[in-house]
Ligand binder design. Sequence first.
Ligand SMILES: Nc1ncnc2c1ncn2[C@@H]1O[C@H](COP(=O)(O)OP(=O)(O)OP(=O)(O)O)[C@@H](O)[C@H]1O
Length: 570
Amino acid sequence: MPTPTRPRPTGEPTRVDGVRLESLHVIQDVRGAGRVLDDVSFEAPAARLTVIAGSSGAGKTVLLETLAGLRPATAGSVRHDGAEPLPPGPEFGFVPQEDVVHRELPLRQTLVHAGRLRLPSGTPVEAVAARVDDVLAALGLTDRAATRVGALSGGERKRACVAAELLTRPRVLFLDEPTSGLDPVSGAALLATLRELAGNGTTVVLTTHVLADLPRCDQVVFLAPGGRLAYAGPPDALRAAFGAQTVEEVYAAVAGGAVAPPARSGAGSEAGSAAGSAQRAVPECPEAVAPGPGAVRQWLLLTRRTAALLVRNRLSVAVLAGSPVMIVAMFAVLFRPGAFDAASPDPGTTTMIMFWIAFGAFFFGLTYGLLQICTELPVLRREFLAGLRIGPYVAAKLTTVLPVLAVADALLLAVLRALDRLPAAGWSTYGSLFVTSVLASAAALALGLLTSAAVTEPGQATLMLPLLCFPQVLFSGAFVPVPRMALGGRVISWAMTNRWAFEALGGAVRLPALWRDGGSPMGPPLLASYGDSFGHPAVRGWVVLVGFAAVFLGGTWAVLVRKCRSYGGR
Ligand SMILES: Nc1ncnc2c1ncn2[C@@H]1O[C@H](COP(=O)(O)OP(=O)(O)OP(=O)(O)O)[C@@H](O)[C@H]1O
């Protein structure tokens, strides 16, 4: 493992004007967990490093999110510079427990993407690059700039998350357990970096389980089980406040219900002064901060980033390239050539070829979509706080992945024609087959995105694959023609995109005429079974597929807005 490098100074660091934070008699009731914070009052002074400690489940994360203004308090209040917390903007930094930078790209490129999304609209590319270089140097990451984020050590990756936050020079930075899982040297280096940030004016608040973090901060806030404040004050007075020899003894005393006397802990007095100042304070007018990029620019930036991530992700590339190759290979060995020969067709095979083209297009779309969102939800939620809009985000997924799907669909049709598994027909027939395939893929991609947005982890998305595929096969109308289905089956088949794609494809290659006039004894009975399944204009199927895609994309948008707005359990 590379030795953690100490941050290097980069000329004269720009001082920022840190935010003074106050927690005033905060009570936080969480559904399912009861009272998590119980009358917590303290002040986190501007330009200081405050550490929130306490045993597991004491409410440290909830307190951090409440102090950050991400969770409204059930009772009591939180003040930033004596006023209501403003919605998060460029002056606000927040690093949750999960990593909030993509792992696929080199560190510098990752930060340039983050900078272009977060820095004010119109910031020149060179200025973004210069800012990224400054931040990399300030965090001692310059020599790791070309390394893929996923290949960084845990401590370096945590600093990479902090780097993304520093791009906008935040006045306040919240971090949830940034030193957890780091070796003592990496943890100490990160703490030193955060101290330096506080020295430059940023108010830094972090939660921790690491005892060594406590003496390195300016103030300790100690939570007792049940979310009561046990201590708030300087770290060097912590042990004395509990009559303890070691910090471990403090943990044990607090677990047993000990609370430091208010006068010594400073909690009461500071809370008092905080409350007083809250009444006195004239809410400061927030500095005018230039807005970030608008919706169209966000869409362009996200499209570029999604494309870069797509080609860098080995699993995506394997799925992108592997699925069409696998399906074409299976077609070639499964079906004999010439099934569409007008003089002696093979009606059963023509049905199956149409079905598997429809299902292939569906499968490409679904598999491409399923891992798109769930693998980066923590990044999206953090960027949402920084001003990213969900509409451009979902649109960027579509505009990046759909062209790849279109190429896969076109290749599938071209190879099948070249292998004589599709009829010799004109451009209008193949144009219709192509449009139907692309729309089937688009609807499936949208279904994949919706599923990816709705699940809580990638493993669940993978489990959803068979669940989503089975009904599309069974109720497509290929194996049991729709007119032969029971009433319930017919109703369900309406909701299957594969049914509409299958019928439009069958109509495009004129299956009814081939079966009726082709001279195969199998033709007329099949025609009787399928009824008028293929008798509608392809446009009908296209409209239905576009409708499904729109509904699924709308659902994806709604789910993501709900998930992003509920940051901090709201
Ligand atoms: N969204 C939520 N829904 C239900 N319970 C919650 C939610 N958020 C927090 N809690 C509960 O609130 C309590 C405090 O949680 P919190 O994550 O703040 O603890 P913590 O001190 O940070 O713990 P740890 O150190 O283990 O991370 C826990 O009992 C937790 O289960």
